[in-house]
Design a protein around this ligand. Structure first.
Ligand code: GLY
Length: 373
């Protein structure tokens, strides 16, 4: 039997559902009453057995956890959140939670959102400091408030009110990476990298190779009863301007779930997703009949077409990374990236494995990349 997510008020959901059904015959817009087109009744007998869990490639271990919980009849939202908590708790993954790369001031700020297909409810937090599991706070926003998104200081106070402990999230390793970035930014500021102090070689100093990254984990699941849930969690763009919010806490950008259709999520340059409502669009294209891979590629093409000149390479292609992960209600799944080849993680009943994703452009080899510059 389908279990509600932890702390879920089933009574509240049933009350809300009954009210929605009662009001469902008509919709209103600007005082005008419109007849709603009839929706096909969901096929209650259809199943997705075995269930399917998909994630970004850094979620290989995480999807084992999600699958094992789903097999024990956990709600898919609880399963995907427990899954990404493993990565949030891992100090060696610098894209998320504890050990995530900080903003330009050296402070870790986390973004996350989650969405529960059966209730179509969602929650998110942005620019959250000092709490290692923003995905847990996102679920609390969904379950314990009338809101969808809390940010900054308010999000932190809310997390503390629910007993989540505050801690320093900047690990020594992440701090070293940040420091290297800071020291290599400019030869006119007062920050000196050790190599500059040693031999005064500015070009060597500037060639530290520390770049901005947009690491993230997204995880979506369909259980045997075809209920769908998803979560995205991240420390966002490394060395970002404090307060910068990416796509990961924004429903429709970094994640979208529709229990009648499927789910999609993303990692990579969040600004591109925010400008194109990418996850929502993937799910809508699947609703229109596209398979998950075709829908992901179609949205990548759309984003490539709309990319501003500043962000294109010499061949006019988007000069940034972006990946999508999608799963349809019947268990079909895909991963696709702007630049490939790339992998995504999937568990569809047999084992957790990395699969090849589709891609729009083939990543140039090192020689070609040097020529492009
Ligand atoms: N996709 C992660 C970010 O842009 O923050």
């Amino acid at each position: 039997m389908h279990q509600p997510p932890s702390d879920w008020t089933r009574r509240g959901f049933l009350k809300a559902s009954a009210a929605a059904v009662a009001a469902g015959a008509v919709g209103q817009t600007g005082g005008e009453v419109l007849a709603q087109p009839p929706r096909p009744a969901p096929d209650q007998s259809a199943r997705c057995d075995p269930p399917v869990v998909v994630a970004s490639a850094n979620g290989l271990k995480a999807i084992e956890k999600a699958m094992s919980m789903i097999r024990q009849k956990a709600d898919p939202l609880d399963a995907v959140i427990a899954a990404v908590n493993i990565v949030e708790d891992d100090p060696t993954d610098h894209s998320v939670g504890l050990g995530g790369l900080p903003n330009e001031d050296g402070i870790v700020e986390l973004d996350s959102c989650c969405m529960h297909g059966p209730t179509h409810k969602a929650g998110g937090v942005a620019a959250l400091r000092n709490i290692r599991n923003p995905s847990k706070v996102a679920r609390l926003v969904m379950q314990r408030t009338d809101h969808v998104l809390l940010v900054g200081e308010g999000a932190l106070r809310f997390a503390k009110a629910h007993g989540l402990p505050e801690e320093q999230l900047l690990t020594d390793e992440a701090r070293e990476i940040w420091l290297k970035w800071k020291e290599s930014r400019s030869d006119t500021d007062d920050w000196l990298a050790p190599d500059l102090i040693d031999d005064g070689n500015v070009s060597q100093n500037r060639a530290t190779g520390v770049e901005h990254t947009w690491g993230t984990i997204n995880c979506c699941a369909v259980d045997a009863a075809r209920n769908i849930a998803g979560v995205t969690t991240t420390s966002g763009l490394s060395f970002k301007i404090p307060g910068r919010v990416g796509d990961s806490p924004i429903i429709g950008a970094g994640l979208y779930v529709d229990n009648d259709v499927g789910a999609a999520g993303s990692t990579g340059r969040g600004e591109a997703n925010l400008q194109n409502c990418a996850s929502f669009l993937i799910v809508e294209l699947m609703r229109g009949g596209m398979g998950p891979q075709q829908a992901c590629l179609e949205v990548l093409k759309r984003i490539a077409d709309k990319t501003e000149p500043r962000l294109r390479d010499k061949q006019g292609r988007p000069a940034f990374g972006l990946k999508f992960y999608a799963v349809a209600k019947d268990g079909r799944h895909a991963g696709a990236s702007m630049w490939g080849p790339g992998k995504y993680a999937v568990h569809d009943g047999t084992e957790a494995r990395l699969e090849n994703g589709a891609y729009l452009y083939k990543r140039p080899d090192a020689k070609r990349e040097a020529k492009d510059k």
